[in-house]
Design a protein around this ligand. Structure first.
Ligand code: HEC
Length: 238
């Protein structure tokens, strides 16, 4: 067995550790500093969590939001970000997307995309106001990727199947997001009738209809112990 140190010596070359005796020491010190910094950061983060808890009511700090958005941006390959919406913005495509949005997205994002729903406001991070430049400034391709793949560690679910069978529906939703800033009161009204309704709300509605037709008093609107499903509350969704 040839020992690398003796080989080096036999050939007249000093062993690396001998040639730079200070080098390894400096590496060790640098590693130690990095480890200490990481440990310090970990202790600070743990302390912060213990003091502040892990409530989803807080809003992410500017730093958290900036880092998370930058990482999300980088996670979408540049070629995907450059994709242009292949679906033309016809009224039919928009109507279809509106129905999907009201059924699947409005629970968190609201019919108007501003995120002011019970769930949207209480998630961490919160559902954003999609009419603002932060969302509108994202490319079609990036919006598509976010909708299709979802965002890890947030409430944002992946939408549709992993294959591309439902891609055209997703592109239609991208069209709808572009339309959010121009929503009319009529469109918002129309969407209310497409929001999901829970069995409890349906039953309440049936009782109210019975009452209007001369039946018994329908009683209180909802049980105080069981607030209605946020997506179910038509009044709540803007
Ligand atoms: C369970 C709640 C929930 C549902 C349902 C939901 N989303 Fe979201 N969505 C979120 C949250 C929370 C974020 C913010 C995530 C983040 O900050 O990265 C988000 C972010 C987004 C974004 C990125 C906007 C931006 O500026 O960062 C898009 C686009 C989006 N959602 C589209 C949709 C569509 C389309 C649907 C329906 C198919 C949908 N979402 C359903 C919670 C939800």
């Amino acid at each position: 067995m040839s020992d690398p140190e003796t080989v080096g010596m036999r050939e007249g070359l000093p062993a690396p550790s001998q040639s730079h005796p200070g080098f390894l020491r400096r590496c060790a010190v640098a590693c130690l500093i990095v480890l200490l910094l990481l440990a310090g950061f970990g202790i600070l983060a743990a302390g912060w969590i213990v003091v502040h808890g892990v409530s989803a009511r807080d809003s992410p700090t500017v730093l958290e939001e900036t880092v998370a958005r930058a990482l999300r941006h980088l996670a979408v390959p540049a070629k995907d970000r450059r994709r242009v919406n292949p679906v033309p913005p016809t009224p039919e495509a928009l109507t279809e997307a509106m129905a999907h949005w009201a059924d699947h997205c409005a629970t968190c994002h609201g019919n108007d995309g501003r995120g002011s729903t019970t769930i949207g406001r209480n998630l961490f991070p919160k559902a954003p106001d999609m009419t603002l430049p932060k969302t509108q400034g994202l490319s079609d391709g990036e919006l598509f990727a976010i909708i299709k793949n979802g965002v890890r560690l947030t409430g944002r679910p992946a939408w549709g199947s992993p294959g591309n069978a439902e891609d055209s529906q997703t592109w239609k939703i991208v069209l709808f997001i572009r339309h959010l800033q121009n929503m009319t009161p009529e469109e918002l009204d129309q969407m209310k009738s497409m929001n999901p309704v829970s069995p409890m709300e349906r039953e309440q509605q049936r009782k109210e209809d019975d009452f209007l037709n001369g039946g018994d008093d329908p009683g209180p609107a909802t049980s105080s112990l069981h607030p209605p499903h946020p997506g179910a509350s038509r009044k709540e969704l803007p």
